[in-house]
Ligand binder design. Structure first.
Ligand SMILES: [Zn+2]
Length: 222
């Protein structure tokens, strides 16, 4: 079976990173995380003046140069393809511009028929609810996933400390994040459809296990 490229797209709180981690347990696919690609490139060439500058930008809360990140992502795509693996994306492409850069590369390597977009659907209300009541542990801020399976958790499984609601997460911030998603990332779904890539809607308002099952079914249908 040819290797697949699975692009998970969804608003904040849709659990796409959790789903990507679950999918990575399937044989023959690797989860490509933009944050990890950036860290690996920083580590590979720390004395390079341009890299030094980017590390400073990142440490002061800025955005690492987007064209540079795109180049690194494309290198990671090529390397993963050469190793014979498929790819799972959960945070890239994040914008239409990134989609226009990455999809032609992916298509030339893997073939259009092996690329699938999974659009995890979550209403604004649910996204806001999940993100404005984010629960973390008191001692180390370990996040508690926003899913019913964890509703009754009162102590951190890792350090036993109390579970609290993080004060800096509020409704306005969560609404803003959802709208940024609609404006910047949702167009990636339109791009995929317009260019005849397969896109499957996944109901994100279910348990982690049910979302995972729906995703596996959509992959096996293709
Ligand atoms: Zn903890």
């Amino acid at each position: 079976m040819p290797q697949k490229v699975i692009i998970l797209i969804g608003p904040p709180g849709s659990g796409k990173d959790t789903q990507a981690d679950l999918l990575e347990k399937e044989p023959g696919v690797v989860h490509l995380k933009s944050s990890k690609i950036i860290e690996d490139n920083f580590r590979a060439d720390p004395e390079n003046p341009e890299i030094k500058k980017q590390i400073e930008i990142k440490n002061s809360g800025g955005l690492v140069d987007p064209p540079m990140v795109q180049r690194w992502i494309k290198e990671a795509i090529n390397k993963t393809h050469s190793s014979g693996s498929g790819i799972i994306f959960s945070g890239s492409p994040r914008t239409l511009l990134e989609a226009e850069e990455e999809l032609p590369v992916l298509e030339s390597l893997y073939g259009k028929e092996n690329i699938i977009g999974l659009d995890i659907i979550l209403s604004e209300d649910e996204s806001v609810k999940r993100n404005s009541s984010r629960r973390v542990c008191k001692a180390n801020s370990h996040p508690v996933p926003n899913f019913p399976e964890y509703d009754n958790l009162t102590a951190c499984p890792e350090d036993g400390s109390e579970i609290i609601i993080r004060a800096d997460d509020n409704v306005e911030t969560a609404k803003h994040r959802y709208n940024v998603y609609l404006e910047q990332t949702k167009p990636v779904v339109d791009y995929l459809k317009k260019n005849n890539f397969r896109v499957v809607d996944i109901n994100g308002e279910q348990s982690i296990a049910d979302v995972h099952r729906d995703i596996l079914n959509s992959l096996h249908d293709s």
